[in-house]
Design a binder for this molecule. Sequence first.
Ligand SMILES: Nc1ncnc2c1ncn2[C@@H]1O[C@H](COP(=O)(O)OP(=O)(O)OP(=O)(O)O)[C@@H](O)[C@H]1O
Ligand code: SF4
Ligand SMILES: [Mg+2]
Length: 297
Amino acid sequence: MRLEVQGLRVALGGVALVEDFSLRVDAGQVHAVVGESGSGKTLSALALLDLLPEGATWTGTVRVDGQSPRGREGFAMVLQEPLSALNPVLTVGAQLRETLEVHGYSGDLQGRAVELLAEVGLVEGEERLGMFPHQLSGGQRQRVCIACALAANPRVLIADEPTTALDASMRGVILALLVRLARQRSLSVWLITHDLQSVREASDEVSVMYAGRVVEHGPTREVLSSPRHPYTAALLASNPSATPVGQRLPAIDGNVPLAGEVISGCRFHPRCPRALARCSSERPAFADGVACWLVSA
Ligand SMILES: Nc1ncnc2c1ncn2[C@@H]1O[C@H](COP(=O)(O)OP(=O)(O)OP(=O)(O)O)[C@@H](O)[C@H]1O
Ligand code: SF4
Ligand SMILES: [Mg+2]
């Protein structure tokens, strides 16, 4: 299955929060979308699921295997905080069975629920089905959320910061699970994260977002080893794991623009260490995987 998003624009009260967002996720691949807080990562995904906050609207083209999807059919989303995504007063089994039913599964609900738990690495499924979310560890809860997402039999799985609430070792386990599911189920996985280590570990391709726009896109290995956009380079330089212990962490000067803040030219120019004279007045187009005058000039 292949997901293609073209020219997505999300607006609230006439203010564009996301513009010109395009993304392609091939079957069996993980495409990471990375950027600082407020860059529009979550809104882009919510638009596709018609789950935008009240008053927000979107335009753009979405295709799954070349076809327009009907509503949310074929999509499932896993959220950052599994405890709030699960219903605290329903057992794991009740939640899985309900999701299966809603999505038209007509076979043995209990048996299928156990199979789904096994698929996400939870053994002793029968016993787990009787448990409530608070009786599980953070990692187990996130696995249950992923199992619930799979119960919808999706073709596209969107995971929004799925490991932020977990410790480092569990983060790797959940990321590896997402990669395995992408490969085994030929799923298109759209991974939203602010963490470059997760991008490195789990994604095949990466899109870097800044202030509502994609500024660089390419194969993960290439983008992380030879970033072409100064923002990508700055993100990499400020990555804690790239800084030796005891050394001051480099930060990107300035702040992400406020939602809807009018900035002429390149939206990164007030923070860009390599800005040219034209950068403050002329906006670089996104071409050949990057939106920067240093590359397209
Ligand atoms: N309900 C809302 N009402 C008004 N503005 C909103 C709303 N939700 C998001 N925004 C604004 O839209 C912009 C993009 O938000 P979004 O949640 O997509 O960012 P994000 O990249 O997912 O950030 P984070 O890493 O913090 O999750 C932000 O500037 C945010 O302030
Ligand atoms: S277009 Fe100019 S300001 Fe924007 S990232 Fe490139 S060099 Fe920096
Ligand atoms: Mg978000």
